[in-house]
Design a protein around this ligand. Sequence first.
Ligand code: ADP
Ligand code: NI
Length: 224
Amino acid sequence: MTQEQAIEKTIAFVKESLKEAEGGHDWFHIHRVLMNAQLIAKTEDVDRFVVTLGALLHDIADAKFHDGDETVGPKKATEFLSALAIDKTVIDHVVKIIENISFKSSLKMANGEDKGIKFTSKELQVVQDADRLDAIGAIGIARAFNYGGFKNRVLYDPEVAVQTEMTREAYKKSEAPTINHFHEKLLLLKDKMNTVSGRLLAKKRHQYMMDYLEQFHNEWNGKA
Ligand code: ADP
Ligand code: NI
């Protein structure tokens, strides 16, 4: 099977798997991440095949939609890619990307254990930047409120303080208003970008969120 054929088959598999997904984690999210990844990869020395498969499969079974089980995604991806008879080194690399891409995997555990960076590669960095770009800017705002609605969270509550320095457990358990998520994650992403082009793309999207929040608070406080 050629790489092109393997990519076509993966696209079909991902579309089918994410048919019922929440609006911010559906096929269109994957497609945007793939486009972002391809854009960033232009200026990075990476294996494009690994980047493409990593972007396509990175949310194949996000733990937050699988009772917190972080092994479902890697397992699903391994089974699928093995059936396509793809090189084991490629499969292993793609699985490492899925395991290490998420924001919460960079957070410390409550017991102080730092399960953070277990693995890194240029390919992971590109896919991670691509995913982070889709969490910020206009799309990021839409996704945050969609997720908040999906979880029945309030938009904003001035009484609920922002929690910085959250442990991984606290982050997963958080039921805070959606506006808090901007301060707890989305506004932090621009300084976590791995690549030069990712950082550049993040800048404009970050500013857009800052402007949005300013307007949000103006309207909340009865100003024009
Ligand atoms: P990762 O999958 O990288 O660990 P998250 O699980 O934090 O990251 O979230 C992925 C996306 O889901 C976020 O960018 C955001 O759009 C949405 N999301 C996750 N948690 C929240 C939340 N508490 N409030 C609003 N949106 C959220
Ligand atoms: Ni994602």
